[in-house]
Design a protein around this ligand. Structure first.
Ligand SMILES: Cc1cc2nc3c(=O)[nH]c(=O)nc-3n(C[C@H](O)[C@H](O)[C@H](O)COP(=O)(O)OP(=O)(O)OC[C@H]3O[C@@H](n4cnc5c(N)ncnc54)[C@H](O)[C@@H]3O)c2cc1C
Length: 428
């Protein structure tokens, strides 16, 4: 399966790319990491920092069609859509709605649970070797609801969590107030998710992983992959925008929301969409909550981090190139102040990033259909920090021809109608 004795090239140095690179090194491979070099462009830089153990509910479900108009009409709602982007988005949206049938939801949830079960197991050895155990903050994480009735309305979504063995505690009234005194009285109920961890600074973890990669002899190349060179049925190199070719015995495509362009260059059409998300860093919030928290109905999360309080969330469909709409970020501050009265926002910093999302909330972890030595590892949507190390281990296993301890069939490319297209050129 390896084309030559050249290194394995990993395209993209977010958590999925770094997870792959570090696991490939563990398998004894010489590895090159190719990335344009601006870490703030990666979703891995700006996420909410949750290692979301137990998050086994896909985004789509039977409730979505009914809820969609309400979400879109509410300026503080979890979803925004730029109308001129709708024609481009429609095929993805239809697949997304199809993934919300109950039979699909159960299948997808089981695959999510298999990945979630591995989060701590696959991160721990990398974090230990990188010597950065102090970046992890223990849970619990609090899921907030206005009332017990609002929680009960989750119905089947809650059943999926319970089925997966999700360890939790229900908090109400005084017990909730004692756990998190900063919360507004409008929040009457919460579920404490006991096994969740938070990363205190995702950039510090990325940097530590890169340092470990270099210390083990890995080479970083600054550049943008645009296509591939071939030797027979295998890929022999990665062509870069500056004209040079990086020789490769095998390639892992982990370019986040940009990965479909590279898959397209190999003839595979993948319905990858960017769910744009925003964060706000509050360097001096005045009140620091004790826990990371989320308010699902608002599509909102907050995390106490090393450099302040991070507010994160919202989904915006507007493609890879439209400028950010900072009103979405301002909304995060409004929501935060309604949950934590008295929160100070002076000195805030805004960021926007691209979640790489497939319509069924599952990534692709598979070989390219035209070149067996190219492994796709992308499409982690809202869960790419959580699943980065596990995907990296699985992708490395595919390169090395090592059997994996996890059924990869839910992550196959062929679930999107066979995968192959007729064109073989890169496109936007
Ligand atoms: C607001 C927000 C909050 C989130 N919160 C969480 C959370 O709490 N927990 C969680 O698990 N997930 C969370 N996520 C999702 C998570 O951040 C992503 O799923 C994850 O970072 C994706 O990782 P990745 O490595 O696939 O892609 P990225 O991190 O985007 O990295 C891709 C890299 O590939 C590079 N690249 C692109 N094209 C090329 C090319 N042609 N050649 C070379 N390199 C290329 C990019 O520059 C980038 O560095 C959140 C996302 C957002 C936006």
């Amino acid at each position: 399966m390896m084309a030559s004795s050249a290194p394995v090239v990993v395209i993209g140095s977010g958590f999925v790319g770094l997870g792959s690179a570090l696991h490939l090194q563990r398998d004894g491979h010489d590895v090159v990491l190719l990335d344009p070099g601006d870490p703030t462009r990666a979703a891995s830089y700006g996420n909410a920092g949750h290692l979301a153990v137990g998050e086994v509910v896909p985004l789509s479900g039977p409730h979505v069609l009914r809820a969609l108009p309400r979400w879109l009409a509410d300026p503080l709602g979890p979803l925004a859509l730029r109308l001129r982007y709708l024609p481009r988005l429609t095929p993805w949206l239809l697949r997304f709605l199809r993934a919300g049938r109950m039979s699909e939801v159960e299948r997808i949830s089981a695959a999510m649970a298999a990945l979630c079960d591995r989060i701590a197991l696959d991160y721990q050895p990398l974090i230990e070797e990188a010597g950065i155990q102090d970046v992890l903050r223990p849970g619990p994480h609090l899921r907030l609801y206005a009332s017990r009735a609002a929680w009960e309305a989750e119905g089947w979504r809650w059943s999926l969590r319970v089925k997966s063995g999700f360890r939790h505690e229900l908090l109400e009234g005084e017990a909730l107030r004692a756990k998190e005194p900063a919360l507004a009285s409008s929040i009457g109920f919460a579920v404490a998710s006991l096994d969740r961890l938070t990363v205190g600074d995702p950039l510090r973890l990325l940097t530590a992983f890169r340092t470990l990669f270099r210390a083990r002899g890995g080479r970083e190349v600054t550049g943008t992959a645009t296509g591939f060179t071939h030797h027979g049925a295998l890929v022999s190199g990665v062509a870069c925008a500056d004209g040079h070719v990086e020789p490769a015995s095998a390639v892992v495509v982990a370019a986040g929301a940009w990965s479909h362009r590279l898959a397209r260059a190999l003839g595979d059409r993948v319905p990858l969409e960017t769910e744009r998300g925003y964060h706000v860093m509050l360097p001096d919030p005045g009140i620091m909550p004790r826990h990371s928290m989320s308010h699902v109905e608002r599509g909102f999360a907050l995390s106490p981090m090393e450099q302040g309080l991070r507010l994160a969330g919202t989904v915006e469909f507007a493609g890879l190139t439209a400028p950010p709409n900072w009103d979405r970020a301002r909304n995060l501050m409004t929501i935060a102040q309604s949950l934590i009265p008295g929160l100070k926002t002076e000195g805030h910093r805004f960021w926007m990033g691209h979640r790489p999302s497939l319509p069924d909330s599952l990534p692709v972890i598979d070989r390219a259909s035209s070149a067996r030595n190219v492994i796709y590892a992308f499409g982690h949507g809202h869960m790419g920090l959580s699943w980065g190390a596990t995907t990296g281990r699985l992708a490395a296993g595919l390169v090395s021809g090592r059997p994996t301890n996890l059924d990869l069939s839910p992550f196959r490319l062929s679930r999107f109608s066979g995968g192959r297209s007729e064109t073989a050129s890169a496109s936007p």
